[in-house]
Design a protein around this ligand. Structure first.
Ligand SMILES: Cc1cc2nc3c(=O)[nH]c(=O)nc-3n(C[C@H](O)[C@H](O)[C@H](O)COP(=O)(O)O)c2cc1C
Ligand SMILES: *[C@@H]1O[C@H](CO)[C@@H](O)[C@H](O)[C@H]1NC(C)=O
Ligand SMILES: *[C@@H]1O[C@H](CO)[C@@H](O)[C@H](O)[C@H]1NC(C)=O
Length: 209
């Protein structure tokens, strides 16, 4: 009897300890990425503790001039979009997913600014984190965006998910792919960190903001 209780307690503790903490950082303009993130968060929720964190600019750029500025920043190698910062308990997370729209064959300037600002949180972890990458797009650019983000963070994604705009009209397909991404990410092992190939720009960023 006592042994049975111990076994049950050990199993319970084991399953608690095994539940990973997942952080999803996302940005969206027209809710495409939000739709996918909601599906992924729902699917992950069965086996992980999920925190969804929206990344926002502190400035809104309405109208055609704002759109033009957005395009300009999308092409900038190191976009410096002012960010609305909220604290994150980085140490808690074993797994971090970044998600955003593709703007001009790269992640949107807001998300890239956020990653530039916080790259040390990814690379500077005392333990290895598992990375997932999600993009929504009209039809092209996600592959290049994933590569740039991997190079910046010196982290290979364990799993990626790309959803084209046309697929968003088929919710069952989006749900299926989101569930597949979630279970593959949970099952994946953590890839070895990449070699850092650039000089961190964090100091420069702070001076400019
Ligand atoms: C400024 C801008 C640039 C874009 N560039 C691309 C692109 O290079 N490739 C692509 O497939 N889609 C591109 N798109 C389309 C978006 O990636 C697509 O609509 C995405 O699903 C939007 O997601 P969101 O609603 O989460 O912002 C662009 C959209 C905008 C506004
Ligand atoms: C996006 O979703 C949010 C939250 O559900 C909603 O408040 C907002 O109006 C939506 N925006 C667009 C452009 O659909
Ligand atoms: C997404 O769009 C691109 C370009 O149109 C296409 O090559 C690709 O097959 C599409 N992916 C899916 C899953 O429909």
């Amino acid at each position: 009897m006592r042994i049975h209780l111990l076994v049950i307690a050990a199993l319970a503790l084991g399953s608690l300890a095994a539940k990973p903490d997942v952080l999803i950082l996302y940005t969206t303009r027209t809710n495409h990425t939000r739709t996918v993130v909601e599906q992924v968060a729902g699917a992950l929720g069965e086996s992980a503790a999920v925190t969804v964190h929206g990344v926002h600019s502190s400035v809104t750029r309405p109208g055609i001039l704002g759109y033009a500025k957005g395009i300009f920043q999308a092409f900038a190698k190191e976009p410096l979009v002012p960010l609305q910062e909220e604290p994150i308990s980085w140490d808690r997370y074993d797994t971090v997913i970044i998600a955003g729209p593709i703007h001009c064959w790269n992640y949107s300037p807001v998300l890239r600014s956020y990653l530039l600002h916080h790259e040390a949180k990814f690379g500077g972890f005392p333990r290895k984190i598992k990375m997932g990458m999600i993009a929504t797009q009209g039809g092209s650019g996600a592959g290049k965006a994933f590569k740039s983000a991997s190079d910046l963070l010196a982290l290979q994604p364990a799993e990626t998910l790309v959803i084209n705009e046309s697929q968003l009209k088929r919710p069952a397909e989006v749900q299926f792919l989101s569930r597949q991404f979630a279970s593959n990410l949970i099952a994946a092992s953590t890839p070895a960190p990449l070699e850092v190939t650039h000089t961190p720009l964090t100091t420069l960023m702070h001076e400019n903001l």
